[in-house]
Design a protein around this ligand. Sequence first.
Ligand code: NAD
Ligand code: DAU
Length: 332
Amino acid sequence: MARLLVTGGAGFIGSNFVHYVVNRTSHDVTVLDKLTYAGNRASLDGLAKHRVSFIQGDVADPALVDDVVSSTDAVVHYAAESHNDNSLADSHPFLHTNLIGTYTLLEAVRRHGTRFHHISTDEVYGDLELDDHQRFTEETPYNPSSPYSSTKAGSDLLVRAWVRSFGVAATISNCSNNYGPYQHVEKFIPRQITNILRGIRPKLYGEGRNVRDWIHADDHSSAVMSILEKGRIGETYLIGADGEKDNKAVVELVLTLMGRPADAYDHVKDRAGHDLRYAIDSTKLRDELGWHPQYRNFEQGLSATIEWYRDHEEWWSPSKELTEAFYARLGQ
Ligand code: NAD
Ligand code: DAU
């Protein structure tokens, strides 16, 4: 049994990981989270208090980070500014948290000799053509497009440098688009579900031909646990569940599952620099660590996610108006 420090544990994927660890392992968890607009303490409700302790703070605060890292056995670093549209509007918090925050944690784990796992994204590889059969692998060159993905790429490179230069015991994973409970309503799937619940028409950027490779957040969590337990130090593992879908197909499926006509959505202004297609080849993770996704049916996982948002309006409702006001200013 160990104590894991989970940064960003009040966010979407971090909170799903904390639930996963508490429910399926004997590890205890310390969450370090700044509670930005994207963090929500209620995402950790219902977890045994003696298993999870919560610290509100910034991963770029060296004294706090040193103190917290000194009393944990391993760090799983989810904290980030995570939304591309926000990074186009104001990049500064992305440089602070994604770069300085990661650097601050690396210096602390270096001092204390603590195992470190860095959570990253497939967006560091840029995008693929729509009519291409290629997928990203661990060998694909970095080519990020947005302020968000370039800061994530920079954070990955910092981790690699701290492994090589200082012998930090770190691994990295780059995952594709997650869906599931506790995702902020700014993101594509929860935005459309909560729009429909509010009587607002879903909004599709541009033509909606862009492809994302969807994975359930629980499958991301199980992959991260496999890497923590069995991954080779210094290695990168890509995480994906063969879930490629174009945005138009996803919005039509959400509408159909919610009993609305499949074409009851609006096309809105496209995202600047909008990546066309992401697709993950997770052969290394599967062959080397024996990992497999449990959610193989996207429609079933999406139905369960829709039910979760229907049942948890008190969780998402406080963020909805502000989020839609932001998009209205962008014409999206
Ligand atoms: P999120 O925006 O839902 O949550 C981010 C969390 O980090 C929030 O709780 C926020 O309060 C916290 N945070 C932000 N700045 C902080 C700081 N300076 N100090 C401490 N805490 C801070 O993000 P998410 O979608 O859950 O993404 C989590 C991680 O997974 C990110 O590193 C992201 O790059 C990566 N990722 C996300 C996806 C996806 O589909 N969402 C896919 C692959 C990788
Ligand atoms: O690939 C992993 C990445 O997935 C993570 O690194 C990011 O943190 C995460 O936010 C996600 O990035 P995307 O930009 O792909 O996710 P988003 O939910 O913002 O958008 C998904 C797709 O849907 C994208 O092509 C843009 C489109 N979209 C989005 C919104 C919010 C719409 O068409 N309409 C919308 O209203």
